[in-house]
Design a protein around this ligand. Structure first.
Ligand code: ADP
Length: 496
């Protein structure tokens, strides 16, 4: 058997410690799955103000106190603390960077929760964090064989390891995963470049369209790049608009670019064992799902009717998620016999529109603004259908959770949704959801109507629900693909 590897997995959010979206779930499920494969995996993230030390059992590590870190002319100190992430099977060590001005004093991950405005010092915060990752490895004397960094927030780790600290990390291979290229970490070039302390030879690699670009540094310095679905991988190489021109770099690196579809942690997201839902069920006891529907409808102050299909959405409220289509289609949608429940937070305009529309249609639509992990499980378990009309979607996790919970996705054909959601065919009885191609409200409505029609035919509907539930979207397959990437790139390290 091949030797286990030492892997450091670095992300700006990791469930359940800090989460705003899918990255947190991946940074939880994948390291745990890699640990199950026997690797020494550790994870690292910043300790934001909202993270409770008590709840996460965070404690100090003697060797990692008051580490001086320079961010340009400013000297700050990092104290790296210890915690862990666990599921019912496994436990993984977590390191957390604490620092008062950059993290502890700020409640949000990237923006002020009150105003929604991004923190002005986000460049400094993630420069500081990247340097704290390097210092942690050096001070622990633990030089991982693989450092796996994710999205722009952690991309700078790659640049430091290949420049200032090249000799220390010469045997370390770096994997960079693109979860969402629409956020690249773009800042004024000169000011931010000085703050990084990177050598002048890096300047061109850090510059994109005259701006400092964190994401670009990850793409340039990683040994291998991955992304979260095959179709998004193709989009990343071909779509200049989606990537704001970084597609040319990804295309140049296509020999070291591998798409790997995200998995889901099936110890958390399974209706059979989910403690966050009123009634547990399996593929063979689907009749019990109705109790969850009743609880969901009640929670959202709507009137329960078993025959009325409930459509759910759980989402960051941003343009990417297709809320614009919902806005255009809402009046027509509510002419149908449906109920829509939405859980989300984000753009204030979208929040307002959702609240107003729900007020206008009190029997048809209900909205909860906020981030509520527990409630998200009830939505997945209680709804009949799940709406994902995304403008673009790198992978998408909620369609995968929906499959597991027997909730049928209605999705736009983009990115990872193309790879996972297949139109149901009543003749062949194959397929697991409903799909529309164009980003058009009329097309979305048509797809919803197809779903409503099949919903009327109980036999067909049960068949459709079971198709999705029978699929395996666990990390079992995808964690092996990451392992394969790690082993392949390590082949060039002598003696490994
Ligand atoms: P993205 O990462 O673009 O937000 P994904 O579909 O990959 O989209 O992942 C979103 C994750 O965040 C899912 O686990 C989803 O349930 C969760 N989520 C999003 N908004 C909320 C919310 N308001 N409350 C609870 N969970 C949420």
């Amino acid at each position: 058997m091949a030797k286990p590897l030492n892997i450091l997995f670095v992300a700006s959010e990791i469930y359940p410690i800090a989460k705003t979206g899918g990255v947190a779930d991946v940074a939880y499920g994948l390291p745990l799955a890699l640990r199950d494969l026997d690797h020494d995996v550790r994870v690292m993230l910043p300790k934001y103000g909202a993270i409770s030390e008590r709840k996460n059992r965070i404690h100090e590590i003697n060797r990692l106190k008051d580490i001086p870190i320079d961010v340009g002319p400013v000297r700050e100190f990092a104290t790296v603390k210890s915690s862990s992430i666990v599921n019912t099977r496994t436990k993984v060590q977590a390191y957390m960077t604490t620092n008062r001005p950059y993290f502890d004093s700020k409640w949000g991950l990237y923006s002020d929760p009150e105003t929604g405005v991004e923190y002005a010092d986000n460049d400094e915060r993630f420069i500081f964090f990247a340097r704290s990752v390097i210092q942690t490895c050096l001070l622990l004397g633990w030089i991982p064989q693989v450092v796996h960094v994710n999205d722009w927030h952690t991309a700078l780790v790659a640049a430091y390891m290949r420049t200032i600290y090249a000799d220390k990390f010469k045997n370390t291979k770096i994997v960079f995963t693109i979860h969402n290229i629409s956020n690249q970490g773009v800042f004024p070039f000169k000011e931010t470049f000085i703050k990084t302390g990177l050598p002048e030879s890096c300047a061109e690699d850090a510059k994109h369209k005259t701006k400092f670009n964190f994401m670009k540094l990850g793409l340039m310095y990683a040994d291998h790049i991955t992304t979260v679905s095959k179709t998004y991988g193709e989009e990343l190489m071909s779509d200049a608009k989606l990537t704001d021109g970084l597609n040319t770099i990804i295309k140049k690196r296509k020999d070291v670019f591998t798409p790997i579809i995200n998995g889901i942690d099936t110890t958390i997201w399974t209706p059979e064992k989910d403690k966050l839902i009123p009634k547990r069920y399996t593929l063979d006891s689907l009749d019990k799902k109705e109790a969850n529907k009743e609880a969901l409808v009640e929670k959202f102050d709507l009137k329960f009717n078993a025959e009325t299909p409930v459509i759910a959405m759980i989402s960051r409220l941003v343009e990417q998620k297709g809320l614009g289509l919902l806005k255009q289609a809402a009046e027509k949608l509510f002419k149908e016999d449906v109920q829509l429940v939405v859980l989300g937070e984000g753009d204030k305009d979208i929040e307002e529109w959702l609240k107003e529309t729900a007020k206008k249609h009190p029997n048809k639509m209900s909205v909860k603004i906020g981030f509520d992990e527990n409630l998200s499980h009830l939505l997945e378990a209680g709804a009949d259908m799940y709406l994902m009309p995304s403008l673009f979607e790198p992978c998408g996790l909620n369609q995968l959770y929906s499959f597991a919970y027997g909730t049928v996705p209605i999705a736009r054909a983009t990115g990872g949704l193309i790879d996972t959601v297949k139109e149901y065919d009543t003749k062949t009885k194959r397929g697991n959801g409903f799909v529309f191609e164009e980003y058009k409200a009329a097309d979305m409505l048509e797809a919803i109507k197809r779903a409503l029609t099949v919903f009327q035919d109980k036999e067909q509907w049960t068949n459709l629900v079971k198709n999705g539930m029978a699929e395996d979207h666990s990390w079992n397959n995808s964690s092996l693909k990451y392992e394969e990437v790690y082993r392949k790139i390590l082949q060039s390290v002598t003696g490994k």
